[in-house]
Design a protein around this ligand. Structure first.
Ligand code: 2BA
Length: 146
């Protein structure tokens, strides 16, 4: 095995734990929040999409500005007055990527191709934080610059 291929296999088998953005720093909403609250959090945080958690701090999905606006799109206008009557749960995306804290970097890299962020759970499926595409790319970049 060459030094390059050894370094590559070390990178790919590395655990992702060092790259996780901890849950305290992650903007999120809860299932029963109304859409006006979710939109406020999305606009204030500046993110396009954020995780949705339940009361037990488990990840149940993610919600984006686009899903919110699409849900209040009437025939001729955005029906803003409906924002308070619809809950996050009814419009969020349920099928989202998730990984455990001990997942390998290789798995995270593959998952990040189609997803800007990945939710990370512990062994009891509680929410730990997120892994962003930018932190994954930053590590790949460091590897190629070395
Ligand atoms: P987006 O919101 O679409 O953001 C795309 C990229 O734009 C981010 O990539 C980041 O580089 C930059 N960006 C956007 N808003 C920012 C802000 N308020 N402060 C700093 N940089 C910002 P990534 O960092 O790779 O994040 C990928 C996706 O992960 C984001 O997509 C967002 O959906 C989610 N995300 C990242 N950090 C988050 C956090 N602290 N809380 C909730 N969601 C987060």
């Amino acid at each position: 095995m060459t030094i390059d291929s050894l370094k590559q296999s070390q990178l790919m088998s590395k655990e992702i734990s060092d790259l996780i953005i901890s849950h305290e720093k992650v903007a999120h909403v809860q299932l029963q929040n109304p859409l006006d609250h979710a939109l406020l959090i999305l606009i204030k945080s500046g993110y396009t999409a954020i995780p949705v958690l339940d009361n037990d701090f488990r990840v149940r999905g993610q919600i984006s500005k686009n899903e919110i606006l699409d849900s209040i799109l009437g025939l001729e206008r955005l029906e803003i007055e409906r924002l308070h009557d619809i809950t996050v749960e009814t419009v969020m995306k349920n099928k989202i990527p998730r990984l455990k804290t001990d997942a390998t970097f290789a798995k995270a890299l593959t998952t990040s191709i189609n997803h800007p962020f990945i939710c990370i759970e512990d062994e009891k499926t509680s929410f730990v934080g997120i892994l962003t595409r930018s932190s994954i790319l930053a590590l790949v970049n460091r590897y190629f610059q070395q």
